[in-house]
Ligand binder design. Structure first.
Ligand SMILES: NC(=O)c1ccc[n+]([C@@H]2O[C@H](COP(=O)([O-])OP(=O)(O)OC[C@H]3O[C@@H](n4cnc5c(N)ncnc54)[C@H](OP(=O)(O)O)[C@@H]3O)[C@@H](O)[C@H]2O)c1
Length: 266
């Protein structure tokens, strides 16, 4: 058995009806895990589960609805016998604009979904199974939690806090439960559409690796952290951003191209 094999294990992925959550579910199922995909809507959860090859179940649960979350975790253990992996992926960003213009409702919703959600689901999974048997939690944070940028202040603050929460939980739940995070850059999903739509080529060209991310780029990172290959890693945040944090490389590429051309010319 290789360290990436998850046969016989069960993973719950919140917010898995599309985008990064669905890609993570597909990667985990490919590695052999039973997967439970949540969405706010049962039909969307069912449709996503139908796109996964392997044992997949769709469950309706708003990520901050404690009763729905408890039902999901309990029924996962009943149905599959364990909950070995939890991917806290559901996230939202209703609070655009400068920080001083925010209202409490949008602020509170962002904090609730992006921060309380992961804590609630982790605590339920640990109490239902992982605390006694061990497991791996992967939180989907963002490179926005490591930088400052215009108009995303509330969202980025929740992701920065999620990175801290990851470290804190890693300490509190060790050694049985590993807790890590992935920090994606711009990925082609509905949530980030405002960032990449109509702007994809220019944006991708600014990243060292020359393109925006695909959901599977992040799904692969999630599956790695969830697997035994990462068995000596906890409290970490794995950045998967095509090199975005290295800075805007458009200039460097232009210079390289120019000097390359100059060299070729003469
Ligand atoms: N895309 C990016 O560039 C990017 C970058 C950094 C981090 N992220 C993070 O990646 C995660 C996934 O986002 P995505 O980009 O894949 O977005 P997406 O394609 O819009 O998917 C969001 C998913 O979350 C679910 N969801 C939203 N609110 C929910 C709630 N309250 N309860 C339960 N499920 C909920 C949605 O399901 P339903 O609508 O069916 O309920 C959907 O499955 C988020 O945490 C996001 O912050 C994304």
């Amino acid at each position: 058995m290789n360290g990436r094999d998850l046969s016989g294990r069960t993973a719950v992925i919140t917010g898995a009806s599309r985008g990064i959550g669905l890609a993570a579910a597909q990667r985990l199922a490919e590695a052999g895990a039973n997967v439970v995909l949540t969405s706010r809507k049962q039909d969307a959860a069912d449709a996503a589960a139908a796109q996964v090859r392997g044992n997949a179940l769709g469950v309706a649960a708003h990520v901050t609805d404690e009763e729905a979350a408890r039902r999901c975790v309990d029924s996962t253990v009943e149905r599959f016998g364990s909950i070995d992996v939890l991917v806290n992926n559901a996230g939202t960003n209703p609070a655009h604009g400068p920080l001083i213009d925010q209202d409490h409702a949008r602020f509170a919703k962002t904090v609730d979904v992006n921060l309380w959600g992961p804590l609630l689901w982790t605590s339920l999974a640990v109490k239902a199974w992982m605390g006694e048997h061990g497991g791996a939690v992967v939180n989907v944070a963002s490179v926005g939690g490591m930088a400052v940028e215009a108009d995303l202040g509330v969202y980025n603050a929740t992701k920065a806090a999620l990175i801290h929460l990851t470290r804190q939980l890693a300490l509190e739940l060790s050694p049985g439960v590993r807790v890590n995070a992935v920090a994606p850059g711009v990925v082609r999903t509905r949530l980030a559409e405002g960032l990449w739509s109509g702007n994809e080529e220019r944006l991708g060209a600014a990243f060292a690796l020359g393109r925006i991310g695909e959901p599977d780029d992040i799904g692969a990172a999630v599956a790695f952290l969830a697997s035994d290959t990462a068995s000596w890693i906890t409290g970490e945040t794995l950045v998967a951003d095509g090199g975005a944090l290295l800075g805007d490389t458009t200039d460097r590429k232009t210079r390289t191209n120019r000097s390359g051309r100059r060299a070729a010319d003469g």
